[in-house]
Design a protein around this ligand. Structure first.
Ligand SMILES: Nc1nc2c(ncn2[C@@H]2O[C@H](COP(=O)(O)OP(=O)(O)OP(=O)(O)O)[C@@H](O)[C@H]2O)c(=O)[nH]1
Length: 398
């Protein structure tokens, strides 16, 4: 549920809209608390080697500094209004660039230069003659209205926030936004709070704090993901399997499965194609409704069934086995196996590539009184060994 990264932005929005006094009464010390939270993100992202967040950190830090330096006077002053109109546009643009384009590692010279540029751009607005330009462009102050005491609405900026926000969200939902992209979206959303509630005390402090909390939530999710999920197949990995096995119900069954002749497959088509096969197998197994799939390690997977009915198990396991055997893996003919890259193995046969098939062997065992994770896995592994010995592409029970 990486979507919870947007919670800080939503909570701050609701509180600022309906209970601004309650927020003020919290008397959170700004700017110290915002800088402290940003420092926490710096420590955590460096510790986890998630360097891409340092670009976001640089941007948040410099935006907060810019707001603190240039937006602490009434919006009726032309240079303050001009900065208020420009900063959110620049911030949105920079955040979209950070999201959409592949970034160099921040530990390289290009990365350092990019981070410095990103951090320098918002403060540059402070020394630009923005007020002169906006009067020349006739960016009228009528755009800025204040329908409620605690709400300043700039229709131009609001339209921009609404358009960018809905497009970002729609594209994200369509392309199944990843954990990292939810964090990026949440950070942008949080920062836009200061645009809407600019008249409230500490609006920028709350926005920066919410954005930082979104980053911290995303980092915490990333940590969980790194600890429990297998990157290649997208399945939970051995640590998650062991924790499931430790709280296994008495009416359960465990299956070990393994790709047949996978060494030969790797030798023939290359390790990268082998990886793609494991990825596809992971995707087939993750869609199986009858059981929960884990990547045990290498080309071995484990399935946990919430029942131990032998006939049902046999039918369900054979269905999985058959599904994998029938799955066409298509290799493009115009590339040599050694040059295979991700995406070379795929479904369909549109460009006349060579279709290959893999098979799996499965060994299954039901929970028995006194079992622990070791004994269950050992028995399932023995059954798998028996399936291999009996000729592969079959199911055996222990
Ligand atoms: N591409 C790829 N290969 C892997 C991965 N993990 C393990 N392997 C390979 O899987 C192969 C396993 O080979 P073996 O255990 O000898 O068994 P096998 O060739 O599958 O033969 P049987 O299991 O007896 O049918 C080895 O060649 C490993 O290098 C991985 O993540 N990616």
């Amino acid at each position: 549920m990486p979507v919870i990264a947007v919670l800080p932005a939503v909570i701050i929005f609701i509180l600022q809209l309906w209970a601004p006094n309650a927020l003020a009464q919290l008397s959170v010390p700004f700017p110290a608390s915002a800088y402290l939270a940003l420092g926490l993100v710096l420590i955590l992202s460096s510790f986890m080697r998630q360097w891409q967040w340092l670009y976001w950190l640089a941007l948040l830090l410099s935006s907060y500094f810019t707001i603190q330096s240039g937006l602490q006077r009434p919006l009726s002053e032309p240079d303050v209004a001009a900065l208020y109109n420009t900063l959110p546009v620049l911030l949105t643009l920079l955040m979209l660039i950070l999201t959409l384009f592949p970034l160099p590692s921040i530990l390289t010279w290009q990365g350092i230069a990019l981070a410095i540029m990103i951090a320098a751009l918002p403060p540059v607005l402070l020394v630009m003659p923005l007020a002169d330009w906006s009067s020349a462009l006739a960016l009228s102050e009528a755009l800025l209205i204040q329908p409620y005491d605690n709400l300043a609405l700039n229709w131009g900026l609001l339209s921009l926030i609404f358009a960018v926000g809905s497009l970002w969200l729609l594209m994200g939902l369509y392309f199944r936004m990843s954990l990292i992209h939810w964090g990026e979206f949440a950070t942008w959303m949080a920062m836009m709070n200061f645009v809407i509630f600019v008249h409230l005390p500490d609006a920028s402090g709350w926005a920066t704090l919410a954005a930082t909390l979104s980053l911290l939530i995303t980092l915490a999710w990333q940590m969980l993901h790194l600890a429990y999920m297998d990157e290649l197949t997208g399945l939970p990995q051995r640590r998650a399997l062991l924790s499931h096995l430790n709280r296994l119900g008495k009416r359960s069954a465990v299956t070990m499965l393994d790709v047949d002749h996978f060494k030969q497959f790797n030798d023939t088509y290359g390790h990268d194609v082998g990886d793609q096969v494991l990825k596809l197998l992971g995707s087939v197994l993750s869609k199986t409704k009858s059981c929960k799939a884990y990547r045990y390690g290498g080309e071995e997977f484990t399935l946990i069934f919430p029942h131990k009915d032998p006939e049902r198990l046999e039918a369900e396991l054979n269905e999985i086995r058959q599904q994998v055997a029938d799955y066409p893996l298509v290799l493009r003919q115009n590339q040599r196996p050694e040059d295979d890259k991700a995406g070379k193995t795929r479904r369909g046969n549109s460009d006349g590539g060579k279709a290959i098939h893999i098979t799996i062997s499965l060994g299954c065992t039901a929970y028995q009184k006194g079992d622990d994770s070791d004994s269950l896995l050992k028995r399932a592994d023995n059954a798998l060994y028996a399936a291999k010995k009996a000729g592969r592409n079959r199911v055996k029970f222990a």
